[in-house]
Design a protein. Structure first.
Length: 716
């Protein structure tokens, strides 16, 4: 019996042979059949290559290597660098022909800016906003020299003077707009075109319960932590730009007057803001007719809020994130809201992320504030508890794991948030981890307040791993009404097992206490002690003759930093506060720290083992005691005045602000482009802002009309 040939092409070749040869081949071990099979495989490879050569003629189906060659055919200019957060080079080449058809128009400049940077953009022809003597046969009513001070729309929250939507006429500025990047001068001139970019992203929060004031249940706040917060508008999504952007196309911070004038545009299901009355699992949207927008700022004369609404109405203040009820809610009913807040850097809870629950079974779903503990107990030997809403879970939580057999992979227990959800876990004292050897606990997608995440010591020498991913461990544990840290002396993560490893990825955490021997690995994250003179990472005093355990609130304090933490490994991080550890490795990191008066620490950043460890492409205080430094800022050979001026300037250091930890454009280039790939140092490294700026400057020069000059500036 003959053996069938695996490849169809080989069988076809063998069938073409004369029957006599096929019969003889069967009598002599089927050597000819094996040869035809080998030839068939090579014919298949050749056929596939020929087919791919045809596909390579089209940008949609071509191989990656062919994309630059296709781009060269249409005159595509290679960008400065490929940033992972913006569209691929293939997409740009595909759009080049469409761009060229509209070359020189303001709409293509705007779309080009969006496609290259990935940020919402608005292009402005500044020569249209110049004060000029007008030709009577071509009157421009929109360019009047004297503004109407009764027109609050043109002078209000959205436009602001010199903003992207400023329609007022200005006197000429003869300075070049392209001389400074981002442009801060030379806007209003005849040859100038400006591009405004919005770096702050509007991050949606769906179905979050409003937080009432303890003193007055009629007054509530949008922020799950009970602080005042600025609400943002979700921008309109368009596949193709056929008109210049308007305010509804941008992630704008909403003001009282602007939202009041356009409340029908931004309020309602599927829009930027919506309130719902929730009774049990059923929720009913509050109709627009019951809503009013007004100023709910503090009223010093009454000690409450201004403008209490009448019965039957609900007032909202988007600038402060406040809600005022005209009458109490029915028993068993609460208000939940869907809204958006601003994030300049996509880390922490709310950042876009992949669903990590897949592959770790069983998966148990939880919602509407149900008790987490029995679900976590059910997956102690491996599994996932997934919270599928953005509710508030105010309860004691202990994650327990059971180790598997020796020599097998670690037992993995996951507590994750569903895609697009931002649940809040409020731990009365601490979220405790009771882990057996060779186990891993994953926390993904949460905001954790009220207490720190604590891993107790068990007394053995077995490894344990804790993964904190896309989480916000609130700095200061809780926030005051005005957004300040309520307990800055409290840690957000307490690691008491000297054989454990903690991996922090794309998260925001407060101070970390980790005993010597442990290992803390942090990537694309922020460690915020709320004060650069405080301690961000340190150890805990040893306990004589016993295990290290947390017995009360006093054990959760950060301490004075005199005891070292274990090994600390930082990659693309921003750390506000001092570090005292056994060994420090850092790359592309900002270490913003100083010593307070009377501080017992010798230096703000101190690694005890300096013969090992390396700090590279990072900023740290000059007097720091660390291992080998490589291309760090400030450079020791720079003059004293240069070293003093070389420091990061953050737009905001207060947790909760839209521009939190965003590097200001006034920051020296040695920091803004000081990473190993010429991106920013710190947690904003993942934005690749310098690469976006360079690519935009390259494209603007290519698509402008002759004689025009372009510059860009940041609206947020």
């Amino acid at each position: 019996m003959s053996t069938p040939i695996e490849t169809p092409t080989g069988q076809e070749l063998f069938d073409l042979l004369p029957v006599v040869h096929r019969l003889r081949d069967g009598e002599h071990g089927q050597v000819l059949r094996a040869l035809m099979e080998v030839l068939g495989e090579q014919v298949d490879v050749l056929s596939e290559e020929i087919a791919q050569l045809y596909d390579d003629q089209f940008i949609e189906t071509g191989s990656t290597w062919a994309v630059p060659y296709l781009g060269d055919l249409v005159g595509y200019r290679v960008r400065h660098g490929q940033a992972p957060v913006v569209p691929s080079q293939r997409a740009e080449v595909a759009n080049t022909i469409a761009y060229r058809r509209r070359k020189g128009t303001v709409t293509v400049v705007e779309q080009l800016a969006r496609d290259v940077t990935g940020w919402p953009a608005r292009a402005v022809e500044f020569f249209e906003r110049l004060v000029a003597t007008q030709y009577m046969n071509h009157v421009r009513p929109h360019a009047v020299a004297t503004p109407d001070f009764r027109d609050h729309e043109s002078l209000g929250w959205v436009t602001r003077l010199n903003g992207a939507f400023d329609d007022l006429a200005h006197t000429a500025d003869v300075r070049r707009i392209a001389a400074a990047k981002p442009a801060t001068s030379g806007r209003y001139n005849i040859p100038n075109v400006g591009v405004f970019l919005w770096r702050v992203e509007a991050v949606p929060i769906a179905g979050s319960p409003l937080v009432p004031l303890a003193a007055d249940p009629l007054r509530l706040r949008f922020d799950p932590l009970g602080a005042d917060t600025q609400l943002f508008a979700q921008p309109r999504v368009e596949d193709e730009i056929i008109h210049v952007a308007t305010p509804v196309d941008m992630p704008l911070p909403l003001g009282v007057r602007y939202l009041g004038d356009h409340v029908a545009t931004y309020y309602g299901p599927g829009r930027s803001i919506v309130l719902e009355r929730q009774t049990g699992a059923a929720a009913t949207p509050v109709p627009l007719i019951e809503m009013c927008v007004c100023d709910l700022s503090d009223d010093p004369s009454t000690g409450g809020w201004a403008h209490q609404p009448p019965v039957g109405e609900i007032a909202i203040d988007p600038g402060l994130g406040r809600v005022y009820l005209g009458a109490p809610l029915d028993a068993g009913t609460r208000l939940v809201a869907s809204f958006s807040v601003g994030h300049a850097i996509p880390v922490g809870a709310g950042a876009a992320r992949a669903d990590t629950a897949a592959g770790v079974n069983p998966i148990i779903a939880v919602d509407h504030g149900q008790n987490l503990q029995p679900r976590l107990n059910a997956v102690a030997s491996g599994g996932t508890v997934r919270i599928t809403d953005s509710d508030r879970y105010e309860q004691a939580v202990t994650v327990t794991t059971v180790s598997g057999p020796v020599g097998k992979p670690d037992t993995v227990v996951q507590l994750v948030a569903g895609e697009g959800q931002q649940p809040l876990i409020v731990a009365p004292i601490a979220l405790r981890l009771q882990m057996q050897p060779r186990t891993t606990v994953v926390l993904d997608g949460f905001t954790i307040a009220g207490g720190p995440v604590v891993l107790e010591e068990t007394g053995d020498r077995e490894p344990r791993t804790v993964v904190v991913r896309n989480c916000t461990l609130v700095p200061g544990v809780e926030r005051t009404a005005d957004g300040e840290p309520k307990r800055p002396e409290r840690a957000s993560l307490v690691l008491l097992d000297p054989w454990a490893t903690v991996q922090i990825e794309q998260s925001i955490v407060g101070p970390i206490v980790a005993v010597a021997g442990s290992r803390v690995v942090v990537r694309d994250s922020a460690i915020d002690s709320s004060d650069q003179a405080a301690v961000a990472v340190c150890g805990r005093a040893p306990v004589a003759g016993g295990l290290r355990t947390v017995t009360g609130v006093a054990d959760l304090a950060v301490g004075d930093g005199t005891e070292p933490a274990g090994e600390v490994d930082l990659h693309e991080c921003t750390v506000i506060g001092g570090i005292h550890c056994t060994q420090l490795d850092a790359s592309n990191t900002l270490l913003i720290a100083e010593l307070a008066t009377g501080d017992p620490r010798p230096v703000a950043v101190h690694a005890r083992r300096r013969q090992v460890g390396c700090v590279r492409y990072s900023y740290l205080p000059e007097e720091s005691r660390v291992g080998k430094r490589y291309r760090c800022a400030p450079h020791p050979d720079d003059p004293l005045a240069v070293r003093a001026a070389t420091r990061p300037r953050l737009t905001s250091r207060r947790f909760g602000d839209p521009a939190y930890l965003q590097l200001s454009t006034a920051t020296p280039d040695s920091i803004r482009t000081g990473a190993d790939d010429e991106s920013e140092m710190g947690v904003s490294h993942l934005l690749f802002t310098p690469q976006r700026e360079a690519n935009l400057a390259l494209r603007l020069d290519e698509y402008l009309r002759f004689g025009l000059e372009a510059g860009f500036c940041y609206a947020t």
